[in-house]
Design a protein around this ligand. Structure first.
Ligand SMILES: *Cc1c(COP(=O)(O)O)cnc(C)c1O
Length: 422
């Protein structure tokens, strides 16, 4: 980085105070630079976002909302939050935005808090079919405190079973219906969900954590016109700081604001709120729209390349930034594939596939995503090369190919560094 003001991110100060953590920061930067990052929920934030995160805004207590705080001295941070809110409303065409949720899970907790009482029914996508822990799984508050009913994908199409979803909605009359998840490669029919929600008088929440960046970049259709509330993370395709956000219809603004604070959270992380504002500004540019389209093209190229390696994309491919890959055809489990790729410096995750015969700790599949490699400037030919490297790594039971694959990965990332080298 070039000149940094003394009150801002100051690496020399960190090295002087805490050489251990300073070393770890450099090691992690090198890990990011030296490998292929294919975790579908990860990305590389810009230096501008990192600068806002490492700022004195971390010091400020600002419980409440701009102009209505419980602390003095908020006039400066109010400007940051107001800018972020206005940018979010403009970018997503939303009536209202709340930038304070500390994470995607926190945003979801707030939505339950705003609309549901303990014991009431929620209908959502099942986790093993691509949903999320906060959508009513037993280990989560959402499954412990609410009555969760789950739809899944159809065995034939491996896409959402809309008929099953509608039947379950009529049978259970849920207070809220959730769509979205962590391993859904296909576009979601938001109009179909809206229609069912209206038929049974349910709130429609879209959990857009994974794909909101593609919406921001105009690469896929927006859920905002259909949903009562859209929650999301800011650190996945959207490429902002680690955190959560929500946008909603005007009629729900007061209830959701109260549910975020004071019902579910204390003081907001104003450095993160400012960094979200920066990311929203970046996401409104033509360059980001080009990026978002390339993320999808790359995911499609990667899925095709993996299919050519004998690894089947669930549902036949992808419309988004991620592909779910069934490894049963090559006789390797998700857990083994993840470990073999790790050795070769290809970072991805094992994943359950729909109707998986393996337990979640093993899984029959992997999930791959292209947000990070696309930020690095890689394009379709690179994806074909990555698919070939994954194919070699996954089949490499005795580890004999690992050094070769690692060297090839090194050449690829050397041409496309994630962050400036020292
Ligand atoms: C990532 C994700 C979340 C949770 O985000 P955190 O910031 O990790 O709490 C919620 N819902 C979905 C669908 C996600 O993919």
């Amino acid at each position: 980085m070039t000149s940094v003001p003394s009150w801002g991110p100051d690496f020399a100060a960190l090295e002087a105070v805490d050489p251990d953590i300073a070393r770890i920061l450099l090691e992690e930067r090198d890990r990011l630079n030296n490998g292929l990052q294919l975790i579908a929920s990860e990305n590389f934030t810009s230096p501008a976002v990192l600068a806002a995160l490492g700022s004195t805004l971390s010091n400020k207590y600002a419980e409440g909302y701009p102009g209505r705080r419980y602390y003095g001295g908020c006039e400066v941070v109010d400007e940051a939050e107001n800018l972020g809110i206005e940018r979010a409303k403009a970018l997503f065409g939303a009536d209202h935005a709340n930038l304070q949720p500390h994470s995607g899970a926190s945003a979801n907790i707030a939505v339950y808090g705003a609309f549901m009482k303990p014991g009431e029914t929620v209908l959502a996508m099942s986790l093993p079919h691509g949903g999320h822990l906060t959508h009513g799984t037993k280990v989560s508050f959402s499954g412990k405190w609410f009555n969760a009913v789950h739809y899944g994908v159809s065995p034939k199409t491996e896409d959402i079973d809309y008929d099953q979803m509608r039947d379950l909605a009529h049978e259970h009359r849920p207070k809220m219906i959730i769509c979205g998840g962590s391993a859904i490669p296909r576009l979601i029919d938001f109009a179909a969900f809206r229609a069912v929600a209206d038929e049974v008088g349910a709130i429609l929440m879209v959990d857009a954590a994974h794909f909101i960046g593609l919406v921001a970049g105009r690469a896929i259709p927006s859920p905002v016109p259909y949903a009562d509330v859209v929650t999301f993370t800011t650190h996945k395709v959207l490429r902002g700081p680690r955190g959560g956000m929500l946008v909603c219809k005007a009629e729900h603004a007061a209830a959701l604001d109260k549910a975020v604070f004071p019902m579910m959270q204390g003081g907001p992380l104003m450095h993160a709120v400012a960094a979200k504002a920066v990311a929203l500004k970046e996401a409104a540019t033509p360059a980001y729209q080009t990026y978002a389209r390339q993320v999808v093209l790359n995911a499609q190229a990667l899925a095709e390349g993996l299919a050519a390696e004998g690894m089947r994309p669930v549902s036949g491919g992808t419309d988004t930034h991620l592909a779910l890959i069934d490894l049963q055809g090559v006789g390797v489990t998700g857990a083994d594939a993840e470990a073999r790729c790790d050795v070769a410096r290809i970072t991805l995750n094992k994943n359950s596939i729909p109707f998986d015969p393996q337990p979640p700790s093993v899984g029959s599949g992997i999930r791959v995503g292209t947000p990070a490699v696309t930020t690095q400037g890689m394009t379709e030919p690179d994806m074909k090369e990555i698919a070939g490297l994954i194919g070699r790594a996954v089949r490499d039971a005795d580890g004999s190919a690992a050094a070769d694959v690692r060297a090839a990965v090194g050449v690829m990332v050397g041409a496309h560094p994630a962050y400036p080298r020292p």
